[in-house]
Design a protein around this ligand. Structure first.
Ligand code: MG
Length: 298
């Protein structure tokens, strides 16, 4: 009788073990086929709710080594002292065939709007316009493609903030590609974001900045981006002089200049053949004057 009981318990245990094994196998099988059946649901979701791609750390190979985008340890360009302006010796006066976008008079604000086409909240005072924190960018009513652009700017004489928080603004060509404006006079930041950098894309050849509060100039030769069917067919190029000194030498952009995470770059976004000249409000009161443009045939 005792033997029979032991055998019965043994059979019961075996059954339990087999049962568990079978149940486990049953659990595993559907898990294997799950992705195939779940995939269409994901595609549907992707159609209705586009997911922003995660920023990917980008590197750039240079003669000084391999660096991350926005890398503070990347060597900064040499600092030089540009020639000086005076009341009788100035460069950058508009030639006769230029389109004057801003000459210092309140009247010339008619050439500018906010990004929605309304009146800008930037202020005009004593021959300059100044960005107002929270007002957003200001941009020309008219769009331009390839052009020669002259802009004069001054970062605040009253120095506040550090790195990207000090005198930050920017000049955007075609409403899209930023030539950085920053107080880079004895102000360390990542070199591809310092003054006259093509933001996140190209470090200037030298640091030709004047002191905070002093007027500075950009002379930009720009050949525009062209897109066809949403794809870029011609990449934009920049040649830039800051205070008369060459800082970008016929540089081709390989993508956008938007901020896209600490060490990531942005892709080209399709834009029209012509776009506004846009000046950035980055929260610091940066001044602009004497802005003119000469459209180029190409
Ligand atoms: Mg900026």
């Amino acid at each position: 009788m005792r033997k029979v009981l032991v055998v019965a318990v043994g059979i019961a245990l075996l059954g339990l073990v087999t049962g568990c094994a079978t149940e486990e196998a049953t659990k595993t099988k559907p898990a294997k086929v799950k992705p195939a059946t779940a995939a269409p649901a994901k595609t549907e979701a992707a159609k209705t709710e586009p997911v922003e791609p995660k920023p990917v750390i980008q590197y750039v190979d240079t003669p000084s080594g391999r660096w991350m985008i926005h890398d503070e340890s990347r060597p900064a360009p040499p600092v030089i002292t540009p020639g000086t302006f005076s009341s009788t010796r100035r460069v950058g006066q508009a030639p006769s065939d230029a389109i004057v976008l801003f000459d210092g008079a309140a009247e010339s604000m008619k050439n500018w709007t906010d990004t929605k086409g309304g009146a800008s909240k930037w202020i005009v005072n004593e021959g300059y316009m100044e960005s107002v924190k929270g007002a957003g960018p200001i941009q020309t009513k008219n769009g331009f493609g390839s052009c020669q652009l002259h802009v004069e700017f001054a970062t605040p004489a009253n120095v506040q903030g550090t790195s990207q928080g000090r005198g930050n603004s920017g000049v955007f060509l075609q409403g899209e590609y930023e030539v950085q404006v920053l107080d880079s006079f004895e102000n360390k930041t990542y070199p591809d974001g310092q003054c006259s950098a093509l933001y996140g894309r190209s470090v200037p050849l030298v640091n030709a900045c004047r002191k905070p509060g002093e007027w500075q100039s950009y002379d930009i030769v720009y050949h525009s981006a062209i897109f066809k069917d949403g794809k870029i067919t011609r990449k934009p190029t920049f040649t830039i002089f800051q205070n008369g000194v060459l800082v970008q030498d016929h540089v081709t952009l390989e993508g956008g200049t938007q901020w896209n995470g600490p060490h990531a770059i942005s892709a080209f976004r399709p834009i029209p053949d012509k776009g506004p000249v846009q000046l950035q409000d980055h929260g610091n009161p940066v001044r602009y004057r004497n802005i003119w443009v000469r459209p180029l045939q190409d």
